[in-house]
Design a binder for this molecule. Structure first.
Ligand code: UT7
Length: 329
C-alpha cells in the first residue's frame, strides 16, 4: 500500500470446515422415522436439491468451527494471527449469550489486537460481515480482517418438524480480507425489512434463568421462498449498476445455499448459465451464515474460481435480510 493512495480491500485467502459427521438424506429419514416423522430422500431432493448435511458432535461449538476455518484462510493468505486486527463472525448459533464468538475465536487463535464482534443477520450474515469489514478497511480502522460465517444449526432444529429439520446443516467458512491499492471488494449493498421478522425465526430467549419461548427454528417456507427469489436478482442488479458492470461480467455466482430452485431462478434472472453457479447445497444443506464462504472456498480449492475472476456473493434470510457483494478475486 502506498501512503496517500485510495484504500480498498481484497480477499487474500479462503478456508472452510465441515464437521466429520455426515448424514445422507436416507440417514436422516431413518432417524426421523424412529420418531414417527415421515419424509423421503425423493421429497428432499426434488424440493430443495439437498442430498446430505454435516452435524457437529456434542461439545463442538460455532467458535471451534470458526477457528478451524479461519486457520485455513490465514494459511491460504500466508498471514499470521498477530497480523489480524479485526475479527467478524457472522452467526445465529453462538456458543453462549456473551462474549461473542468473535472474541472466543480471538482467544483460540491467539489474536489480541483490534476489534472483534459478531454480526447477526442470519443467512445474510457473511455478506453483511464482508461489507462491514470492507468499509472498516477502506476507512482505515482495520488493515487485515478475518471474516467468518460459522453455524451449528443442528442445535436449534426441531426434529419433530419435517418442514425445517431436513434443510439445515453445520459448518464454517472464512476469508482474510486485507487492505489493497485496488478493489477487491468492488461494490456491495445490504438490506433488511423487519416487517417480515416472523416468517423465519427462533423466538426463544433467556430470562430469569430460564429459556422463555421456543428455542427452535420455525419457518414459513413458501413466504421465505417468494421473498428470496425476488430480492436476490434485484440486489445483484443494483450492485452491478453501482459498479458500472453488467451480468456478463460475472464469472461465478455464489448465492446463499438454501434451495437449488431459488439459486437456479436467481441465475436465470441474471442471465447466467447454471454452470456459472457454485452449488454446495446438495452436500452441505443450508448452513445459514456459513453457506456463502463454504461455497466460495469449495470453488477456490477445486480450481474453478481463479485469481482475477469476478464473483457475485449473495445472502438472504431471517430478519428479513439480504445483500450482495461484487468481488474481483
Ligand atoms: O436460509 C434462509 C432461507 N430459507 C429458504 O430460502 C427456504 C425457502 N423455502 C423453501 O426452500 C421451500 O419452501 C421448502 C423446501 C421449505 C418447502 O418446499 P415447498 O415446495 O414450498 O413445499 P410446501 O411447504 O408447499 O409443502 C408441500 C408439501 C406439504 O404437503 P401437502 O400440504 O401438500 O400435503 C408438506 O406438508 O410437502 C409436505 N412436506 C414434506 N413432505 C415430506 C413438507 N416437508 C416435507 C418433508 N418430507 N420433509
Amino acid at each position: 500500500m502506498t501512503s496517500n493512495a485510495p484504500r480498498f480491500s481484497r480477499i487474500a485467502g479462503t478456508g472452510s470446515v465441515l464437521p466429520p459427521r455426515r448424514l445422507s438424506n436416507d440417514d436422516l429419514v431413518r432417524q426421523l422415522a424412529a420418531r414417527g416423522i415421515e419424509t423421503s430422500d425423493a421429497w428432499i431432493v426434488e424440493r430443495t436439491g439437498i442430498r446430505a448435511r454435516h452435524f457437529v458432535d456434542d461439545g463442538v461449538n460455532a467458535s471451534d468451527l470458526a477457528a478451524q476455518a479461519a486457520r485455513q484462510a490465514m494459511e491460504a493468505a500466508g498471514v499470521q494471527p498477530t497480523q489480524i486486527d479485526l475479527v467478524i463472525v457472522a452467526t445465529s448459533t453462538p456458543d453462549m449469550v456473551f462474549p461473542s464468538v468473535a472474541c472466543l475465536v480471538q482467544r483460540k487463535l491467539g489474536i489480541h489486537n483490534g476489534a472483534a464482534f459478531d454480526v447477526q443477520a442470519v443467512c445474510s450474515g457473511f455478506v453483511y460481515g464482508l461489507s462491514i469489514a470492507d468499509a472498516m478497511i477502506r476507512a482505515g480502522s482495520a488493515t487485515r480482517a478475518l471474516v467468518i460465517g460459522a453455524e451449528v444449526f443442528s442445535r436449534i432444529l426441531d426434529f419433530n418438524d419435517r418442514t425445517t429439520c431436513v434443510l439445515f446443516g453445520d459448518g464454517a467458512g472464512a476469508v482474510v480480507l486485507e487492505a489493497a491499492d485496488t478493489p477487491g471488494i468492488v461494490a456491495s449493498e445490504l438490506h433488511a425489512d423487519g416487517r417480515h421478522a416472523d416468517i423465519l425465526c427462533t423466538p426463544g430467549t433467556v430470562s430469569g434463568g430460564q429459556v422463555v419461548g421456543s428455542p427452535l427454528l420455525t419457518m414459513d417456507g413458501q413466504a421465505v421462498f417468494k421473498l428470496a427469489v425476488g430480492v436476490l436478482a434485484d440486489v445483484a442488479h443494483s450492485v452491478l449498476a453501482k459498479a458500472g458492470r453488467t451480468e456478463a461480467d460475472i464469472d461465478w455466482l455464489i448465492p446463499h445455499q438454501a434451495n437449488i430452485r431459488i439459486m437456479q431462478s436467481t441465475a436465470k434472472r441474471l442471465k447466467l448459465a447454471a454452470d456459472k453457479v457454485i452449488v454446495t447445497v446438495d452436500q452441505h444443506g443450508n448452513t445459514s451464515a456459513a453457506s456463502v464462504p463454504l461455497a466460495l472456498d469449495a470453488g477456490v480449492r477445486d480450481g474453478r474460481i481463479r485469481r482475477g475472476d469476478t464473483l457475485m456473493l449473495e445472502g438472504v434470510g431471517g430478519g428479513f435480510t439480504w445483500g450482495a457483494v461484487l468481488v474481483d478475486f
